[in-house]
Design a protein around this ligand. Structure first.
Ligand SMILES: Nc1ncnc2c1ncn2[C@@H]1O[C@H](COP(=O)(O)OP(=O)(O)OP(=O)(O)O)[C@@H](O)[C@H]1O
Ligand SMILES: Nc1ccn([C@H]2C[C@H](O)[C@@H](COP(=O)(O)O)O2)c(=O)n1
Length: 256
């Protein structure tokens, strides 16, 4: 009797698994960007920095000479903003009208004015639409090849992706956040450097929290407090939450 040849194809668990979506929110200086980039890189996920989109919108409106308090004019500018967001966690580019603005969006001038744009409800609706589109692209392909995406900001766990597989609120004490930002901006964390950072951290959070809820975890959102952790410990704490919720779906990405 003729023997039939059979071939067994083994598919690695992490490739066979459905895409994972991780949402991270938190106040300024809590470590969202640094921690999220590291976590996304470790898991082979795309990384979406939604704060960078609000910052790019601020640069766009400012370049066009638009008064940032003119709600309708700002909304019209943002509706036609030619923005391409890179989602590689090792180097997420921000390209505005064909020009790399990754550095420009981090200037003190942008940090000082971005809340005017971020509290514009029409702008929020437009950027939410673009953010959902970017997340959906990663569910089936995109940069991650369908592994998934980590998106971070202020309203990702509650508004943009309330259906995310993992939802985390990353917090840190006011003191820790001021110290971190002072070190970033002034290279020191003495009293005067901390004082000079208050506007960028506390006033901005106060303004931003009028339109988003990122100070207290919503139902089903896990809080990770990084006040007494260093960066690597915080990355590990977030990875532990992700592993607990998703199990083998988020095995580390194969190293290249
Ligand atoms: N757990 C930590 N311990 C010490 N420093 C940290 C920790 N997490 C982040 N940092 C540092 O704090 C600074 C601010 O972090 P990061 O920019 O990631 O915060 P953020 O929450 O994204 O802030 P923002 O919303 O204002 O952009 C960075 O220099 C980062 O390296
Ligand atoms: N989902 C988001 C992301 C950001 N913002 C606002 C809050 C900040 O003032 C600004 C820049 O964010 P950062 O780069 O500092 O994280 O954008 C928001 O309202 N919603």
């Amino acid at each position: 009797m003729e023997q039939k040849e059979t071939t067994t194809v083994s598919v690695p668990q992490d490739l066979a698994a459905p895409a994972v979506v991780i949402a991270v929110d938190g106040p300024s200086g809590s470590g969202k960007s640094s921690v999220s980039r590291a976590v996304a890189a470790r898991l082979g996920l795309a990384y979406l920095d939604t704060g960078a989109m609000y910052r790019a919108a601020t640069v766009w409106c400012t370049r066009r000479g638009t008064d940032l308090s003119d709600v309708a004019a700002v909304a019209a500018d943002v509706a036609s903003m030619p923005l391409e967001m890179g989602v590689d966690p090792e180097g997420p580019g921000v390209v505005l009208d064909g020009q790399d603005v990754a550095e420009e969006i981090r200037t003190t001038a942008v940090s000082a004015t971005v809340s005017k744009v971020a509290t514009n409800l029409e702008v929020r609706a437009e950027l939410k639409r673009r953010q959902r589109e970017a997340i959906d692209a990663e569910r089936t392909g995109g940069f991650s090849g369908g592994r998934g995406v980590l998106a971070e900001g202020r309203d990702i766990t509650t508004v943009v992706a309330p259906d995310a597989d993992v939802r985390i609120l990353l917090t840190a004490s006011e003191e820790a956040r001021l110290r971190r930002r002072a070190l970033d901006v002034h290279g020191a964390a003495d009293a005067s450097a901390v004082e000079a950072t208050r506007d960028q951290v506390l006033r901005r959070d106060r303004d931003d929290s009028t339109v988003s809820q990122f100070e207290v975890a919503a139902d089903g959102v896990v809080t990770v407090d990084s006040s007494d952790l260093d960066l690597e410990q915080t990355v590990d704490a977030v990875l532990a939450v992700v592993a607990k919720v998703t199990g083998t779906r988020t095995a580390p990405a194969p190293s290249s």
